[in-house]
Design a protein around this ligand. Structure first.
Ligand code: IPD
Length: 297
């Protein structure tokens, strides 16, 4: 295959993201047929399916040689290959969407050799667009047509001084029992608890309800770290590209793996900083201890 023009892919993804945003805003979740996948909190709506259909049609028409993996058309056993692949979540934050909580987005990633190469995330309620191309930096545009700002937003990002000074994103996910759930809730408690009781006493924990928006916030430097197990390649591909281009790092949410795969389903994202990134990862892994989240696919 002739080499793919990443700028052209990015430009089309941005146009598609704005169209997806219009569709999402036009859909009234109260009028939609809402179903579930794994259990009662793993929600899908007809809007998720319609938006993914529009995205796959447009992207496949513009770039017929690029493969496509989307949340709503994923079949168990499908794996990302080394060939260029669009990795797409039509509505990331579906739970927020069905509740009318205005924090969800369309997340469009391009993976090449199973690594993020382009990322576009758009939250239509706030009209905030995040974009990145590998090697060309990451940007945020608040209100369509205004000048993009480079990420991270701070001109001189502050060093990281350990968990006790951090704002950390976590998510509950859809698994609500078993060892993964026990580990997650224990880590949440330890992150929040006072130093006197053996906790890290982070500044606070946040759950934006969308993996992509959590990652965009870490890339922007608005949050310091994001830890999650259970989300999928389409939840993180675009955000991962933003994060790396903004100087952040993605490691495994399970201790020890500095180079996780896109499909590993267990992640820890840390913002860009002149010092303290490696130490923060090690401190976080210390909170997780010798346990591991397991989401084998
Ligand atoms: C979910 C959201 C959520 C995360 C889950 C994802 P969806 O994606 O990103 O924040 O905790 O792991 O599956 O279902 O809203 O597309």
């Amino acid at each position: 295959m002739a080499s793919l023009d990443l700028q052209a892919v990015h430009d089309e993804m941005v146009a598609v993201a704005y169209e997806a945003g219009r569709m999402i805003l036009a859909a009234n979740p109260a009028d939609l047929d809402t179903g579930t996948k794994l259990n009662s909190v793993d929600i899908v709506t007809e809007a998720d399916r319609a938006v993914e259909k529009m995205i796959s049609t447009r992207l496949s028409t513009s770039f017929p040689s690029v493969s496509f993996m989307g949340e709503e058309t994923y079949q168990p056993g499908m794996r990302l290959g080394p060939e260029p692949t669009f990795v797409v979540d039509p509505i990331d934050g579906t739970t927020n969407f069905v509740h009318g909580f205005p924090n969800a987005c369309v997340s469009l990633g391009l993976a090449v050799s199973r690594a993020p190469a382009v990322g576009v995330i758009y939250n239509p309620w706030q009209d905030v667009l995040f974009t990145a191309i590998k090697g060309k930096g990451a940007h945020m545009t608040r209100i369509k047509g205004s000048a993009p700002r480079k990420l991270p937003l701070a001109k001189s990002p502050r060093p990281l001084h350990g968990l006790a000074t951090c704002l950390v994103a976590v998510e509950w996910g859809s698994g609500r029992d078993g060892p993964n759930f026990e580990l997650k809730t224990d880590v949440f408690r330890k992150l929040a608890a006072s130093r006197e009781t053996g906790g890290s006493m982070v500044h606070s924990l946040r759950s934006l309800g969308s993996a992509a928006l959590n990652m965009a916030a870490v890339a922007a430097g608005q949050m310091d770290a994001y830890w999650e197990g259970g989300c999928w390649a389409w939840d993180v591909c675009a955000g991962w590209c933003l994060l790396e281009e903004a100087g952040g790092v993605m490691v495994s949410g399970n201790p020890g793996d500095w180079h996780p795969e896109l499909e590993s389903r267990v992640y820890l994202a840390v913002r860009g900083a002149p010092e303290g990134q490696r130490e923060l990862v090690e401190e976080f892994w210390g909170v997780v201890g010798d346990r591991k989240m397991d989401y084998s696919i």
